[in-house]
Design a protein around this ligand. Structure first.
Ligand code: NAD
Length: 369
């Protein structure tokens, strides 16, 4: 197997701390011959601004375009809050998503048995929960034209954003959702507001047409976004894959995420189009930010970043056994009562970022025989 190129952009705050634990796992897997990854690193966010005056250099952008997959930590921090909008740390992340054309954002909401008590919902509602939300990421109201704030002749001001989708934008993200559903529970909920928005009606029609043409084996249901929000906190286990637009996906994925208890546990993937030869651009990152309040204190939970790496194994490289191995190691470590501060519970053993990395590596060695 020729080496696959992974670009690591650890970023700011706790980004480098959690990424250190992922790099230990990559080294371990390479050492065992389970993977063959060539890892290179670059700067993104505030650290890139400090070094180069920009949150992402053209050179790093090009390396991300050429990589087989990109793994990102987190960006931002109070020391960069007052920078001009054009060079804020988050602009680096937005440029990566835009230039790599990452149109499908995958956010699993998975409840580990050992952490089910941490959910804000009752245990019996969330035990075994495993939802995948697929959010359209490059279209819709966050990007639609016209947009802006204008002053009307009568002196009043008017703010404008435009919700707009084309058939191809809908179809490509729906295909990602249907393909994922085939590998999971074969059920897709497509979510919009077709009752009050034409773009939602088009979304509904196109998703249905695609299902009838290519995915008859997958069960499809349409649901209005407001109902979906209610159902997520009422009977969340009814969902397998949810596919929705940029705005509704932003809200619903955060809502679903909180069913699982902690920000320090949530991975994500953002996928681009098929480039041929089984290759597609992809960026994997924890959902959490740079957590400046705990940065540099060996307190951050590295599991969100570690589980993002597991998603990379699964979705960029089809290394399902290796991804399962890592997920199982995380599960076992949690079952053994090992916890970072954010997920600490009575009777458990509290460890730091390094300690969680140690525990995962020890468990990997045990599971791998
Ligand atoms: P945050 O996610 O960084 O932190 C929110 C809270 O959760 C904090 O109390 C933090 O300590 C805790 N937390 C987050 N991740 C944790 C982990 N792995 N382990 C333990 N505790 C964890 O969000 P915020 O405080 O709103 O933002 C801080 C900075 O991060 C800001 O500059 C913001 O712009 C940036 N940010 C970046 C991203 C990203 O890089 N994708 C996402 C969100 C926020």
């Amino acid at each position: 197997m020729t080496a696959k190129n992974i670009l690591i952009l650890a970023g700011d705050g706790i980004g480098p701390e959690v990424m250190t634990q992922v790099k230990r796992i990559i080294d371990w897997m390479n050492g065992k011959g389970l993977t063959n990854f060539a890892v290179s690193e670059g700067l993104v966010g505030g650290c890139s601004y400090d070094a180069h005056g920009t949150p992402l250099t053209d050179e790093t952008m090009q390396r991300a375009m050429d990589a087989d997959a990109v793994l990102l930590g987190a960006v931002g921090g109070p020391q960069w809050d007052n920078l001009d909008f054009s060079v804020k740390p988050e602009r680096g992340l937005l440029r990566l998503r835009k230039d790599m054309e990452l149109f499908a954002n995958l956010r699993p909401a998975l409840v580990f048995d050992a952490l089910a008590e941490a959910s804000s919902l009752k245990l019996e509602l969330v035990k075994g929960l495993d939802i995948m939300i697929v959010r359209e990421l490059t279209g819709g109201v966050y990007f639609g034209q016209p947009r802006g704030i204008e002053t009307l002749p009568n002196g009043e001001r008017r703010g404008i954003n435009t919700q707009v989708y084309t058939t191809s934008e809908i179809i490509r993200v729906a295909e990602v959702a249907f393909d994922l559903a085939r590998k999971r529970g074969s059920r897709v909920h497509s979510v919009e507001k077709a009752n009050v928005m034409e773009s939602g009606l088009l979304w509904r029609e196109e998703v249905q047409k695609l299902r009838d043409a290519k995915y008859q084996d997958v069960h499809l249901e349409h649901m209005y976004a407001d109902n979906c929000a209610m159902q997520l906190v009422r009977t969340p286990r009814q969902f397998d894959v949810i596919v929705t637009d940029n705005l509704f996906g932003d809200l619903l994925s955060d809502c679903a995420a909180m069913l699982t208890g902690s920000l320090g546990m949530l991975p994500s993937a953002s996928l681009g189009g098929d480039l041929g030869g089984g290759k597609r651009r992809a960026l994997y990152e924890p959902v959490h930010g740079s957590a400046p309040d705990i940065a540099g204190q060996n307190k951050a939970n590295p599991l969100a970043c570690i589980l993002s790496y597991s998603m990379m194994l699964r979705y960029s490289f089809g290394l399902l056994k290796e991804a399962d191995l890592l997920d199982q190691a995380a599960q076992n470590v949690l079952n053994a009562g090992i916890r970072t501060g954010d997920i600490m519970a009575a009777g458990c053993t509290q460890v730091g970022t390094d300690g969680m990395g140690d525990a995962i590596l020890a468990e990997l060695s045990k599971l791998n025989g």
